[in-house]
Design a binder for this molecule. Structure first.
Ligand code: ZN
Length: 327
């Protein structure tokens, strides 16, 4: 093992997800020098997963030829509500048993470096702002469309957290008051209409009605029917599946129009697995946004795909640590 060159500062960042843990070691300019990926196996509970996070960071350090003393700070982002100031993950729908887990204290004790916590969508917004599709923009909105819909707001060059860190829940804007019930308990949220879960549900209805033999065949072959399956059938020319994706894009565009009118952003960036559907989703989203938003605000805004993929969250933590966001 080699010691870190004199004066170099290394930052550790972890993205804790329901299915995977991604750890990176980076320099302040964003250059990644070490990495580790492993499955979360969240069912084993918080204690086992905490240990796994520690091992993952230590493995990423070792992969970079570094050791614990070389880390100046560590950041972790996680799904669900967090108490940023206390460094506590309050709860996480995809992490069973996680209730008020003092993650920062654990990392500080284990790694001997100050630790910082942030919500994963907020972190990805910062990552895209500093290192990705949002470079050079001061006013931008990041929206991630996957199983659910999350988001983060960069206003005047800074992450906007709101009064209690919950700002940017872009998926829970009401689009249709009579719409399907959402995971949050409200009716007709954007998430209930345009998320991967919503697209998969429409696909299942379609198959049940005998509306797409191609989708039924793909679902049977894969053993499951997800938004990706619907997108795949759409890509192979299935008209009914194309209509499902287009419909999700239409609802996204209704949301975008409100974001444009409220925040007057330069950029709306879309990340998450569903964004891989590309123009089939983005074209109707843009069209609906243009039909509804105020023309003066529309002139300023671009809609683009995010660039960092699943590195968005960790790179956001690197940027926040670089800027000295730890206490
Ligand atoms: Zn909701």
């Amino acid at each position: 093992m080699t010691a870190a060159p004199q004066g170099k500062k290394y930052l550790g960042a972890v993205d804790l997800g329901g299915s995977k843990i991604l750890s990176v070691i980076a320099e302040g300019d964003g250059r990644r020098v070490g990495e580790d990926r492993r499955t979360t196996s969240a069912r084993e509970g918080p204690e086992v997963v905490l240990e796994r996070i520690g091992v993952s960071l230590e493995t990423a350090l070792a992969n970079a030829g570094l050791q614990q003393g070389d880390l100046t700070a560590v950041g972790i982002c996680s799904p669900g509500p967090c108490d940023i100031d206390a460094g506590v993950i309050c709860s996480a729908p995809n992490l069973p048993g996680w209730r008020d887990v003092p993650i920062c204290r654990y990392l500080e004790e284990r790694l001997g470096a100050p630790a910082l916590l942030e919500n994963d969508a907020n972190a990805a917004a910062v990552g895209e702002h500093v290192y990705g599709a949002g470079r050079g923009c001061r006013h931008l909105i990041y929206i991630t469309v996957s199983t659910g819909i999350g988001g983060g707001l960069i206003i005047d060059g800074r992450l906007y957290r709101g009064a209690t860190g919950l700002a940017g829940e872009l998926g829970h804007m009401t689009i249709d008051p009579q719409g399907p019930v959402c995971g949050c308990g409200n009716h007709g949220c954007l998430e209930a209409l345009a998320s991967g879960t919503a697209i998969a549900a429409r696909g299942q209805e379609l198959v049940a009605q005998g509306g797409s033999s191609l989708l039924a065949e793909l679902a049977q072959k894969q053993g499951r029917l997800t938004a990706e399956t619907v997108a795949q059938a759409a890509g192979q020319g299935d008209i009914a599946c194309q209509e499902i994706i287009r419909r999700a894009g239409y609802y996204l565009g209704i949301g975008f129009a409100s974001y444009v009118n409220i925040f007057n952003p330069q950029l709306i960036m879309i990340g998450g697995g569903v964004a891989k559907a590309g123009d089939l989703l983005l074209a109707p989203a843009r069209a609906e946004m243009e039909a509804r938003a105020m023309p003066e605000a529309l002139r300023a805004v671009q809609v683009k795909l995010a660039e960092l993929g699943d590195y968005g969250g960790v790179m956001g933590m690197v940027a926040l640590l670089r800027d000295g966001a730890t206490a």
